[in-house]
Design a protein. Sequence first.
Length: 403
Amino acid sequence: MQFLIKTQSKSSGARTGIIKTLHGAIHTPYLIPVATAATVRGLDQKDMESLGAEVLLANTYHLHLKPGEKTIKKLHGLHEFMNWHKPLFTDSGGFQAFSLGYGMEHNINKIGSFFPGSKTTKKEDMQEKKAVIDDNGIRFKAHDSGKLVHLNPEKSIKIQQDLGADIILALDECTSPLSDYEYTRNSMERTHKWALESLKWHKKKAKRTKQALYGIIQGGEYKDLRLKSAKFISSLGFDGIAIGGSLGKSKDDMYKILDWVTPLLPKSKPVHLLGIGSIEDVFGCVEKGIDTFDCVLPTRVARRGSLFISPESKGSPKNKFRINIDNAKFKLDKNPIDKNCNCVACKNYSRAYLSHLFRTKELAYYRLASLHNVNFMLRLMEKIRDSIDNNSFNQLKKKWLKA
């Protein structure tokens, strides 16, 4: 993997660049669509090619369960298996340690309440954890079968090597925003230990696999821990750096954490922010120097009836740049979802028709809605890259984020 910086903003950390991999280039900043089980939910790879997607991110934990990395390896790797011949990321399985562990116990998830404010978990909302973590790894009770699964740095790296993604991640523990300082410190030290082990197992086959490995910074909302983790992970010789874990209890906390961390990172390496991808976040985090993101939000909210709209179609931070197609006012609305969008749904169908499909639970709705939301975000990222190159990022951000 090679990372080339194209343009560095003089007024912020925003920059454009190119990540070169064996399967092609990724132009940054880039929001990576998530293909959890080797497909973006509701779409196929030909859809993603038609949208001009440059890279996808698949999930190590889910592919390990079904169909299994050994099966995929026998079928010549993940690229061949899913018929996607552009770059691929795989995560480490560390996020599932959170989502099936303290995420269940604390009733928190990435999309809904990962920034919980002053939230405390009520006893009736707590669920039994399906993941338990110690220094030896993560013990999962598989969400679909109840089968017991153990994941440690060696196994995570070997699974990802068998899958054959271009860019893979070291195993880490994603902490909860409700974890206290002591737990977060212990978790960070565990992540550092696993980073060293991940590097060791990666290096055994790195020349043959040609995979790039990213290390992950942890430390929760605590400044001293984040600084310590940023310095430690940056010192280890990873090909890229990812920022993960709890990013505080609010969006303001997240930006504060990025202000602490990003100045300490090597400028010559790409920086990935795990699990973040709303429109407001993309603008705010690109400004802090983030190169790539991954998030399931575009397709997940599409399936629930939320469709992205631009400022020209009355999108704003107040409505999260979305319309709820289930709203009664769209039953007779002949307009496209967004008048500036060039996707199949907007060029061919009205809001009224999409509203009908959603209300009747027709399968066509899920594909058209997902096509629209993914296309919308990919085109927005193009606009952001162009604005950085043209020194007009601040104007574009102001246009989108004004109240």
